[in-house]
Write a protein that binds this ligand. Structure first.
Ligand code: GDP
Ligand code: IMO
Ligand code: MG
Length: 424
């Protein structure tokens, strides 16, 4: 059995797309199991930039089967645009499958996401406004429309008619906005259903069969541990489970079918959206990291908040994800900074905290306790092996490993497929 789960170990955008793409070369199947088009996974191959939203980042390899699992929320319009875009660039979609149980994002979800955010005013979450939360709400309320329904027009009609009526009450009576037209949505989405129908099936059994046949399966996480609905910085989280446990439910497989779990982290910390961020740098070093690391959201283009590496967060990810290894991306971005601070614990009042607190009110009161390490000046982009890294870069990595008790297996030194080092 050779299955690896890849998860974001921070607040998302850790470079998961790049690592999945690298590992896909030696994989038979890549599976997305949660989230939707709130995700933006960048893969860069020479001059070509691919920004994948719902389709797994393994799609660039012709022989890799790509699965959109039952736990994903699918915006049919967006996935079709993504498919068209990939086809136009010569990427085959023959190996794509979408689970019949995956829930469908409909126009009222997107509208309600925006209206709810506006109504929250200053207390907004900073969502991507892609309708993710409202779609998962319908799933939990058991009124959701699934891919199976979308590709069966009679079933779709009944459910959509009921839901448009319910949602129009919220949209119009609570928020005072324009109600939606059922016929228009029905006609548009029936067309999407027709196009997606050949891809819709029971993917849980396909994944199981692949694992039983000893195929190499990668599970591609979206978002990151701190955006997990249960374990993250609630309420500044997404509405799914980006922690490794989410793969079991979202791909329809048992936990014993996952061999290893690789966490993906940046060599510093970023987040988009609101919520406390202990190591945030609201100064020229933060601006420098944002500029050098091109830290602007893949989906919304928002500037990402940047800060020093936080090992309390990485230890949290090691625990909640059961990490067996870490891929550390963007080490190259830190070149040229004379001193690097690393947060090893938090101080809250007179108490030292080694564990990430369970509530954001406590987190907001935490001050980082830093250790300072020497930086390096060398440009890392062309380094070919771990041993060739500057001594201080190696010390930085070894400091992390020791502190979080998890080995660093891969090191990112640039956005290209080839800019990646392996460490034993
Ligand atoms: P994801 O959502 O986790 O897949 O990450 P994103 O694609 O949203 O953001 C990561 C960004 O960092 C993308 O622009 C990547 O091309 C880029 N990137 C990934 N790894 C590296 C790296 O090691 N060095 C540099 N400089 N950029 C990287
Ligand atoms: P990838 O997979 C970074 C954040 C949003 C917001 C919160 C809730 O590219 O790492 P949502 O629209 O999900 O209801 O928004 O979650 N968020 C992400 N931040 N990377 C992502 O995905 C994210 N997906 C959602 O910014 O703070
Ligand atoms: Mg992203």
């Amino acid at each position: 059995m050779s299955t690896i789960a890849l998860v974001g170990a921070q607040w998302g955008d850790e470079g998961k797309g790049k690592i999945i793409d690298i590992l896909s070369l030696r994989s038979d199947m890549v599976v997305r199991a949660q989230g939707g088009d709130n995700a933006g996974h960048t893969v860069i191959v020479n001059d070509e930039v691919y920004k994948l939203r719902i389709i797994p980042s393994g799609i660039l390899y012709h022989n890799t089967q790509c699965i959109v699992g039952n736990g994903v929320v699918v915006n049919p319009k967006v996935i079709l645009e993504e498919m068209d875009n990939l086809s136009a660039r010569g990427v085959s979609l023959d190996n794509l499958k979408i689970d019949a149980r995956a829930h469908v994002i409909l126009p009222y979800h997107i509208i309600l996401d925006g209206l709810a955010e506006d109504a929250r005013g200053k207390a907004d979450i900073g969502t991507t406004k892609k309708g993710i939360g409202p779609c998962y709400m319908d799933k939990a309320e058991r009124i959701g429309i699934r891919m199976y329904d979308l590709v069966h027009p009679e079933i779709f009609k009944q459910k959509l008619e009921r839901n448009v009526s319910i949602k129009n009450s919220y949209i119009n009576k609570i928020y005072g906005a324009e109600p939606l037209d059922f016929e228009q949505i029905y006609n548009e989405y029936c067309e999407y259903g027709k196009r997606l129908q050949p891809y819709v099936c029971d993917t849980s059994s396909i994944i199981y069969k692949a694992i039983k046949e000893n195929k190499r399966v990668l599970f591609e996480g979206a978002q990151g541990a701190l955006l997990d609905l249960d374990m993250g910085t609630y309420p500044f989280v997404t509405s799914s489970h980006p922690t490794s446990g989410g793969f079991c439910v979202g791909a329809g497989i048992g936990p014993t079918l996952i061999d290893k779990c690789l966490g993906i982290a940046k060599a510093y910390t970023t987040r988009v959206g609101k919520g406390p961020f202990p190591t945030e740098l609201e100064d020229e070093i933060g601006d420098h990291i944002r500029k050098v690391g091109c830290e602007f959201g893949t989906v919304t283009g928002r500037p990402r908040r940047c800060g020093w590496l936080d090992l309390v967060i990485l230890r949290f990810a090691v625990r909640v994800d059961g990490l067996t290894g870490l891929a550390l991306n963007k080490l190259d971005t830190l070149s040229g900074l004379p001193k690097l601070k690393v947060c090893v614990a938090y101080k809250r009042g007179n108490t030292v905290l080694n564990d990430f607190p369970p509530d954001i009110n406590e987190l907001a009161e935490c001050e980082p306790i830093y250790e300072e390490l020497d930086g390096w000046n060398e440009n890392l982009c062309d380094v070919k092996a771990y041993e060739e890294l500057p001594e201080n870069a190696k010390k930085y990595i070894e400091f992390i490993e020791k502190n979080i008790e998890c080995p660093v297996k891969m090191i990112g030194i640039g956005p290209q497929r080839t800019q990646n080092l392996y460490k034993d």
